[in-house]
Design a protein. Sequence first.
Length: 74
Amino acid sequence: MLLYPLYASVQAMESPSKLDDEQWLAYWILYSFITLMEMVLESLIYWYVRFRLMISSSHDLGLISSLFYFFIAT
């Protein structure tokens, strides 16, 4: 997945043109930003979904049993 961007970035750095350097720098900045947002949002969404499931199941199972199920049994 990252082999071509890495190879093309090295080729761009070795070339005398600065335009391709700027394009690949923009690519890596965007890639890093998307990766960082994915890591942050993944954990937030994970805990939000677990919290919502815990709240919705607490009405049926009782609070203690739902806490056990979602935080200890899984």
